[in-house]
Design a protein around this ligand. Structure first.
Ligand SMILES: Cc1ncc(COP(=O)(O)O)c(C=O)c1O
Length: 493
């Protein structure tokens, strides 16, 4: 992209509307025309035609093609968004989800007519259970964050059921913001555990904070600095000795696939982000899935209904007196579950292990290639992602935000920035296993060139991006003044 080929002033469909334009063609009618007022009650009759845009098919296709290319996506280029595992989503997943038997299945279909879908969900739950080494899985939660909330509600139900209402949940300071949010939503108080110089949980501080009123410890492993919490077995021992549960934020499961299992490390609960580890679509707030796996002791509290195998078939068991209740309409986002199952079946056990190894290899290769460009936080080998510290660059007046914006000019997405919070001017890079050596090399060269340019020509970095449809936006305004409707949309009758 040399110029701004894509313009930000793409009109909305409503603005392109011209009376009489049609985007559909009906087959010759074989039913007689009926006047609406003779078939419908007056309350159901419109006084005015609906204010729908009148646009022809080529205009609609071109409009959506243009706006889809304005945004960046994983089908377009490198997307090293740390902690988000933006891996390529194989198209075979979409083919499977698009099969008529899956796509056209109505959620209210009686279970006798939905045996195939239930069998698929049962098989997926079984596969996830084997992958994480915990025996029971619910597929209902719609995202990782909702999985965390389910995990915390299950924790609460478990303790309350034992007559042992507890108050606090311990979370390391490197954790994702959704962890304390889920804890607070479940009615617990968050206590922050500091990390040591090595980026791992400070075990002495952890021991001191542990107590009989701790309901759970929420750990991310590998943690958000991209390093494996080697002390996990000791943390599990201390946690269990005081009667608390050990929760894994499984967002970084990609690094463990086929190599290590959370259940074997002593975790009682974990959520999985299917849109990260299992290559289902990501972002845009679209439907996702954050299944939760638990031990035998916690199974009674999982969301209802549960899929159970009865004789030769499956049914949905609603009779779950200890359950925290349903957390999603019907049984979650089914199309996403089909895609995840397709990915798992395509790879098999060996293929999944190769994913974990590939993710770790790519991250370490890239980290090495970037050596000397920005300070490593912390130095040394990493798991599937790593964090750099942009403080030295900030001393020259160029911030991590500027570097991230400049990367967009090279048609690659910016890594996660300013997270984890414990690293100043953080840049968090997760290349994933689906990147080629060539794309890793190109990213390393571009980042190195940007850091050099920041020294010689800081103005270019400060004012980047220069080649995207829009440049620096007020990023808070969109969240504070959310407008999702067309401003002049006339009221329809
Ligand atoms: C470490 C970690 N935990 C939890 C989440 C929340 O997951 P989700 O976005 O699926 O709600 C994320 C998301 O980026 C994450 O990186």
């Amino acid at each position: 992209m040399n110029e701004k080929l894509l313009r930000p002033d793409e009109p909305l469909l409503n603005e392109m509307s011209r009376p009489g334009n049609r985007g559909y063609t009906l087959p010759p009618l074989d039913v007689p025309e009926v006047a609406p007022e003779s078939a419908l009650p007056p309350a159901a009759l419109r006084q005015q035609a609906a204010a729908l845009p009148e646009v022809n098919e080529p205009a609609v296709v071109r409009h959506f093609t243009r706006i889809s290319s304005m945004n960046f996506h994983v089908d377009r280029g490198f997307y090293p968004l740390g902690s988000c595992t933006m891996k390529y989503n194989p198209k075979v997943n979409d083919e499977q989800a698009g099969r008529p038997g899956f796509r056209a299945l109505h959620p209210l279909t009686p279970v006798e007519g939905a045996q195939g879908a239930l069998a698929l969900m049962d098989a997926l739950a079984g596969a996830l259970s084997r992958i994480v080494g915990l025996p029971h899985v619910t597929l209902q939660p719609a995202a990782g964050a909702q999985g965390e909330l389910v995990g915390m509600l299950v924790t609460r139900a478990y303790h309350v059921d034992r007559g042992d209402a507890r108050r606090r949940v311990l979370i390391p300071d490197s954790a994702h913001g959704t962890n304390p949010a889920s804890v607070a939503l479940a009615g617990y108080e968050t206590v922050t555990v500091p990390s040591g110089q090595d980026g791992l949980v400070d075990l002495d501080a952890f021991r001191k904070l542990m107590g009989a009123d701790v309901a759970a410890v929420m750990l991310t492993n590998p943690n958000t600095l991209g390093i494996f919490e080697r002390q996990v077995e000791e943390i599990a021992r201390i946690t269990h000795a005081s009667g608390a549960l050990l929760y894994l934020d499984g967002a970084n499961l990609n690094a463990l696939l086929g190599i290590a299992r959370p259940g074997d490390m002593g975790f009682d609960i974990t959520h999985m982000n299917l849109h990260k580890t299992f290559s289902t679509p990501h972002g845009g707030g679209g439907p996702g899935a954050g299944p939760v796996a638990v031990t035998d002791a916690l199974e009674p509290y999982l969301p209802a209904p549960r899929i159970v195998r009865d004789g030769s078939g499956f049914r949905l068991d609603e009779n779950r007196p200890k359950s925290i209740g349903s957390v999603h309409s019907f049984y979650g986002n089914f199309g996403i579950l089909v895609r995840a199952m397709s990915y798992i079946r395509m790879l098999g056990a060996d293929g999944l292990a190769a994913i974990g190894e590939g993710a770790i290899l790519n991250a370490n290769y890239l980290k090495k290639r970037l050596s000397g460009v920005l300070e490593e936080a912390p130095p040394g080998p990493c798991m599937h992602e790593f964090v750099l510290n942009g403080s030295k660059l900030k001393e020259k007046g160029v911030r991590t935000l500027d570097v991230a914006k400049r990367l967009l000019d090279f048609d690659m997405y910016a890594p996660t920035i300013y997270f984890p919070l414990i690293v100043p001017e953080a840049i968090m890079i997760e290349p994933t296993e689906s990147e080629s050596l060539a794309s890793l090399d190109r990213f390393a060269e571009v980042l190195r060139a940007i850091v050099e340019e920041a020294g010689s020509d800081p103005e270019t970095t400060h004012t980047a991006p220069h080649r995207t449809p829009v440049s620096r936006l007020d990023e808070g305004k969109a969240a504070r003044e959310l407008r999702l409707t067309w401003k002049d949309l006339p009221k329809s009758g």
